[in-house]
Write a protein that binds this ligand. Structure first.
Ligand code: PHE
Length: 501
């Protein structure tokens, strides 16, 4: 029998009586472990070797875990400081013990949570009493950390789980493979196996010399373990945005562009948002300390002011409330990209305005929201508008249905809504594929005459703002927007999530 050299080396290093691990064989043959693994699988396929796999849990200290091995767990430091302060005798003010323990930042909360849990003592009414009988040196979590730091294994799974939930160790699974000669393997060795020189890679030399005709090529083992390669990759959101742009361009839309920091005029006044609207207060606005915007067309300012003060159109009544040009010129981060729609519809951004027209943008907006699984301080808005002679709610709904269908979403729902700038208005909802929860995915409507009139637009305009992140949540199953964006992003998710095209 002839076998490639590396297979022969592994076969010879294997034993018929004892299991030998890949690492042992690698050490003995001088081959790399992955080469041994590949050869072992080939030999298994030939029936000459048996390969067994065992998975074991391995625990590795995190940086925080390592820091506690050096400095002690926060709760232990709290206990030691408490005993120093005599709290094993009589309760001592908590602040004093924390100060003595030199705990600060998150370590304080960690210490306070774990101290009573471990029976080190009690914390009540701002005072701490230490239990003199407690023995932090024998604490299983502390001893397990020390054992891991010495490179030894910890068998107690409940302690490991607790340390993992505290973020002090990472638990992972490791597969160990071992081989043993089969009867056929023993027979083959007894009969004698010759080494066949094999070539792993076809080189230009082999081609030029013609030697490729005579050599034996080794087989590829597509099942062999290979190190994971984390190459560069476009961010899930960027890929979703690209897809959105493709879809909208395919539906006949052109892209709008414009400033992230814009005057309140374009962000709000053009939209017939009263200047005392709650969304325009300093609570909700990211105001910028920069000079007011000068470059706003004066006749447009006049017309917008008229709409606010006295109304627009036959039945228009306006707000009859104060309107300040100075406020309109102030600059803030845009809370929606409807500011771009205003710029384009006004004719001052160079857009084609002969109906029918369709425009969109996929751009960032900024809001002073409270952070939660569906809200961040910034997100991408899919803005869009269609201008045509006669538009109805059916056109609006049909456009969304067509748009979302391109992403496999066919069950969007509409709810009547209120916007100062559209009438009628609708919010859009979809179902989260994992949690089944109904989430809001957008807001839309048909612009009021008070908006289109001052801009000089004489036909109907329907418009919307959809959240790119929510679309990405629906298409990828991400449950928390913070997994997608920002410092808490889930890197594994970003590496593996698929964006359907
Ligand atoms: N500006 C709205 C928002 O941010 C979206 C919208 C745009 C609604 C245009 C109607 C018309 O929620």
């Amino acid at each position: 029998m002839r076998l490639p050299e590396r297979q022969l080396a592994v076969l010879e290093a294997a034993s018929a009586t004892d299991e030998r691990t890949i690492d042992e064989i690698a050490a003995e043959t001088g081959l790399k472990p992955e080469t041994v693994t590949g050869a072992a699988f080939d030999l298994r396929d030939e029936g000459l070797l048996a390969v067994t796999e065992t998975t074991t849990a391995v625990a590795e200290l995190t940086d925080e875990g390592r820091a506690y091995v050096a400095d002690g767990l926060p709760e232990t430091r709290l206990y030691d400081a408490a005993v120093d302060a005599g709290a094993d005798d009589a309760a001592v003010p908590l602040g004093e013990v924390i100060g003595r323990a030199a705990l600060s930042g998150p370590a304080v909360d960690i210490a306070l949570a774990n101290f009573p849990r471990k029976g080190f003592g009690e914390i009540d009414a701002g005072e701490l009493a230490a239990d003199a009988a407690a023995d932090p040196a024998a604490d299983p979590e502390a001893t397990a950390l020390a054992t891991l730091a010495d490179g030894e294994a910890v068998a107690d799974e409940s302690v490991l789980d607790r340390l993992a939930s505290r973020g002090l160790v990472d638990l992972a699974e490791r597969t160990t493979r071992a081989v043993r000669l089969t009867d056929a393997g023993v027979d083959a060795l007894m009969e004698g196996v010759e080494a066949a020189e094999t070539v792993g890679r076809l080189t230009p030399d082999l081609l030029a010399s013609g030697d490729w005709r005579d050599v034996e090529f080794s087989d590829y083992n597509v099942e062999a373990d290979a190190p994971a390669v984390g190459g560069g990759r476009k961010h899930v959101l960027r890929r979703t945005a690209d897809r959105v742009k493709d879809v909208l361009v395919g539906m006949g839309f052109s892209e709008m562009q414009g400033p992230h920091a814009d005057s309140d005029f374009w962000i709000n006044d053009c939209l017939f948002m009263p200047q005392d609207h709650p969304a325009r207060t300093h609570w909700d606005r990211f105001a910028l300390d920069v000079p007011p915007m000068e470059s706003i067309p004066p006749e447009l300012i006049d017309r917008v002011e008229t709409a606010h003060r006295d109304g627009w159109g036959e039945d228009g009544d306006g707000y009859h409330s104060p309107w300040s040009e100075a406020f309109a010129r102030e600059v803030a981060l845009r809370g929606h990209t409807t500011s771009l729609s205003m710029r384009y519809l006004s004719g001052h951004a160079g857009a084609e305005l002969e109906p029918p027209q369709r425009y969109f943008s996929v751009e960032k907006v900024y809001r002073n929201d409270t952070l939660d699984p569906t809200h961040l301080l910034e997100f991408f808005q899919i803005e869009g508008w269609v201008m045509a002679e006669e538009l109805s709610v059916r056109d609006l709904m049909g456009t969304f249905e067509e748009f979302y269908r391109q992403f496999g979403i066919t069950d969007i729902r509409f709810k009547p809504h209120y916007n100062p700038y559209t009438e009628p208005s609708f919010e859009l909802f979809g179902d989260h594929p994992e949690t089944g929860e109904e989430i809001e995915i957008g807001n839309s409507g048909i612009f009021r005459e008070e908006v289109t009139g001052p801009l000089g637009v004489e036909c109907d305009v329907m418009a919307w703002g959809l959240a790119l992140e929510r679309l990405a949540m629906l298409t990828t199953g991400a449950e928390d927007i913070r997994d997608l964006h920002g410092t808490l992003a889930d890197i594994d998710f970003l590496r593996t999530a698929e964006v359907s095209y």
